[in-house]
Design a binder for this molecule. Structure first.
Ligand code: MSP
Length: 510
């Protein structure tokens, strides 16, 4: 089968405080897609990193009494360490303070100047430092003498300064044509509609430089202006592929990006500004932007400024990383918001992981150990119950690729958990323990099919719970190269004679 390439990114995180569950969520989601694609025989490049310039970071560094770069070195390292704790399979971690990124931003800027899309004028309007975003007057609301963005709820300030502008208004029609031609550029569909309506309502030119602070990349040949941090940040996706060297292997293999995973709060930047910058610079825009929902605590977005943070590290220490990954992926999906709590985390671990998949593995492995000395050989005889389970599994796996390729992770998980449920039921109905005395052949066939089912479920759940499923696949003695999705095309995973090694308890009940 021909290998295709898949370039996937998380947002690059502001190193302005401790990472929280929202950050963990964005990263794990992208990691699940990356791992799935690798298991599906794709060559994957998975990028994450930190977004270190701009007034927000300059202010955070000042508050910490630190030089901005020293401050960023420290916090960026915390985010980098988090990639290990979350068991991310990223191929690179980019920092926007790196030289490779400066070169890339300079080049993109020069392309925009060359195409005539940048001009000098004066900005007068609202700005939110917390969002690093400009807002129109009709997006502002006043509360207790202070002004806020109606979009994000962040405080805004009035800004008047000389600024370079990007001719965003002139891209309105071409953007709408672009969305029209690429109907899956923005997913989920509700977000796509939101973006299209915003663009249709009229785009104003975008201020792309600031003069009132210094922490950022300077406009080429103009020391007074700092490039707008979002133009700077978005370019990271190119920098990691060694842009502006468009002959570089990474760039050639992986641009345009296949999928930018982002939160819905930063959709405007990725779905409007980013393709407009790229089209203007004569660079192909990415194939897809997936805007996921928020992790909520009560009714509110979980965030540092709201002080309602569930600390991912504490949860991982107490419950385990696979447990957190599974819970977040199951709870918040399809791009809608998800309310998380310790209670629902524990319920989810107990019902899906411990009682369902974990129990399936444990009961089959223990039975084979205690009754068959860890060896199972199957014959050609297939019972009608075997056939039924095989057919039901086929039915449930039929659409899995499609679901994952359209970021319908929630339905994907539901189907896989259902396979595990049906396999548990098959064992209950077939009662292999009753066959030990007088029908060893049938008993072995049942166990063999149960193990084949466990192998399939493990491969399917591997992107979500890589640690536990790797233990199972190792105990089934399936080599790394065979842990892929070829069984969807009918390939058998296990040999006729299966030899098992020991499998310890996978998930603790709470
Ligand atoms: N630096 C920008 C991204 C630049 S990408 C070129 C940024 N950083 S962030 O650290 O504030 O947020 C990073 C990601 O975390 C965003 O996708 C954001 O949506 C996500 N989350 C932050 N809080 C969140 C929740 N409470 N829930 C889910 N994700 C949210 O934005």
């Amino acid at each position: 089968m021909k290998q295709s390439n898949f370039y996937i990114t998380t947002p690059i995180y502001y190193p302005s405080g401790e990472p929280h569950m929202g950050h963990a969520y964005s990263s794990i989601l992208a990691d699940v897609f990356a791992r799935f694609k690798r298991n599906d025989n794709c060559k994957v490049y998975f990028l994450t990193g930190t977004d270190e310039h701009g007034l927000k970071i300059q202010k955070a560094a000042e508050k910490a009494g630190s030089d901005p770069l020293i401050y960023c070195n420290k916090i960026s390292k915390i985010f980098k360490d988090l990639t290990k704790t979350l068991n991310l399979s990223n191929d690179d971690f980019i920092r926007t303070t790196e030289k490779r990124h400066h070169e890339s931003v300079n080049d993109l800027w020069s392309r925009l100047v060359k195409s005539g899309d940048i001009y000098l004028s004066k900005y007068e309007g609202w700005y939110s430092v917390s969002d690093e975003a400009y807002y129109n007057s009709d997006e502002i609301i006043e509360k207790n003498g202070k002004k806020y963005s109606t979009f994000s709820g962040s405080i805004v300030e009035w800004v008047e300064e000389e600024s370079f502008f990007f001719r965003l208004s002139s891209w309105q029609k071409r953007l709408l044509e672009f969305y029209d031609k690429n109907d899956k550029f923005i997913l989920p569909i509700s977000r796509r509609n939101e973006v299209i309506n915003f663009v249709k309502s009229g785009l104003k030119d975008l201020s792309v430089s600031r003069t009132s602070f210094t922490w950022g990349i300077k406009v080429p040949n103009n020391d007074k202006h700092i490039i707008y941090v979002w133009l700077d940040a978005l370019t990271n996706y190119l920098s990691a592929l060694n842009f502006p060297n468009t002959n570089d292997k990474l760039y050639k293999n992986f641009w345009p990006a296949s999928l930018h995973v982002i939160g819905k709060d930063i959709l405007r930047f990725h779905a409007i500004y980013w393709p407009a910058f790229l089209l203007a610079a004569k660079i192909k825009p990415p194939s897809r932007v997936f805007g996921h929902g928020w992790i909520l605590s009560g009714e509110e977005k979980m965030s540092k400024s709201k002080g309602n943070i569930l600390n991912p590290l504490e949860i991982i220490n107490r419950y385990g990383i696979d447990e957190l990954r599974y819970y977040l992926m199951k709870e918040v999906s399809h791009g809608s918001d998800g309310n998380i709590s310790l209670k629902s985390l524990e319920n989810c671990i107990n019902s899906d992981l411990a009682n369902n998949f974990g129990n399936l593995c444990q009961r089959v492995f223990s039975f084979v150990k205690n009754n068959c000395e860890n060896k199972v050989t199957k014959t050609k005889n297939i019972s009608s119950a075997d056939k039924k389970l095989i057919e039901q599994t086929k039915g449930l796996t039929k659409d899995l690729r499609n679901l994952m390729n359209n970021q319908h992770l929630n339905n994907y998980i539901k189907s896989v958990v259902n396979i595990s449920f049906l396999t548990n039921k098959y064992i209950n109905d077939e009662e292999p323990w009753k066959l030990k005395k007088n029908n060893i052949e049938k008993m072995n066939n049942i166990l063999h099919l149960a193990l084949e089912q466990i192998a399939k479920i493990s491969i399917l759940l591997n992107p979500i719970i890589p640690q536990a499923t790797t233990k199972v696949l190792e105990a089934l003695k399936i080599n790394v190269k065979s842990r892929n999705l070829l069984f969807l095309e009918g390939k058998k995973i296990l040999p006729k004679d299966v030899r098992l090694s020991e499998l310890n308890i996978l998930f603790k009940k709470n």
